[in-house]
Design a protein. Structure first.
Ligand code: 3PY
Ligand code: MG
Length: 256
């Protein structure tokens, strides 16, 4: 993957399975990249991944030949800048619920004149072999600002969020969405209400000419999301994949 390929391929409609690192372990990003994931995300929101480890995960993933992306913690402008400075080609911002949240996100993820991202891409030029003027020229159109829709409020404001021309794609958090839509009664993305919401979001994103991604907690859900038109599909994070692989290996040895 060369810098900028990720956004070009997503805008061309390609389905790209997304590797997801939820451990403070750069090696896990490398294993996912070498296993064939062409794009790998470091999750700073729900994993103990701080900025130094995030930058190491990005460098390792890029050196292994894949594109790196990052989910920063909630409304953390500093982490958005650090992720992009480290060479991430996309930032997935959690809980973008309103048009104002989307504007806030664009402000911190794009350089002027679009936003106010601060200049300091030492890691990105080193990791991707670019010059500073190259990066100034291509940064805004190569990096994707991906807003998470994961609440009832965000679904109500979807047209306005998608209407922001600098929000490049949407990522669905089906767990939070299920919790929000059921008023805290359930956390199963496979329930009808969550599946119907995922279908509705995929259609709205497609109609807006943008790309959509989603986290799948089970394999059959990953396949259902692909049918709905999702492109960036996470088939479980590193810990979930290790757990499944460990159980399969044990059961074949124990015959159970
Ligand atoms: C969710 O399901 O809420 C997520 O944020 C997935 O990462
Ligand atoms: Mg979430």
């Amino acid at each position: 993957m060369t810098f900028g390929d990720l956004r070009r391929r997503l805008e061309a409609g390609e389905v790209m399975p997304l590797g997801w690192v939820s451990s403070p372990e750069p090696i896990n990003g490398v294993v996912l990249a070498k296993a064939g994931f062409e794009v790998v995300c470091a999750d700073m929101q729900h994993a103990p991944i701080g900025s130094e480890t995030m930058a190491e995960i990005c460098s390792s993933v890029i050196a292994a030949g894949a594109a790196a992306i990052v989910r920063p913690p909630l409304f953390n402008a500093g982490a958005i800048g650090s992720a992009l400075d480290a060479g991430a080609e996309a930032v997935i911002a959690p809980m973008i619920n309103t048009a104002e949240d989307a504007e806030w996100f664009v402000k911190w993820s794009k350089f002027p004149p679009v936003g106010e991202r601060s200049w300091g891409p030492a890691g990105v030029v080193r990791n991707h072999g670019l010059t500073l003027p190259d990066y100034l020229e291509i940064g805004n159109r190569s990096v994707s600002s991906i807003a998470m829709i994961e609440t009832r409020e965000a679904m109500g404001n979807m047209t306005a969020i998608l209407g922001n021309p600098h929000i490049d794609g949407i990522f669905v958090g089906p767990n939070d969405l299920c919790v929000s839509l059921t008023g805290g009664e359930a956390v199963d993305p496979g329930t009808q209400i969550a599946m119907d919401a995922a279908t509705e979001i995929a259609k709205a994103v497609r109609d807006a000419g943008k790309f959509a991604g989603i986290f799948a907690v089970r394999e059959e859900l990953a396949l259902a999301y692909k049918e709905m038109g999702y492109q960036l599909i996470v088939p479980g994070n590193d810990i979930m994949l290790l757990d499944r692989g460990a159980k399969a290996a044990l059961s074949s040895l124990k015959g159970g």
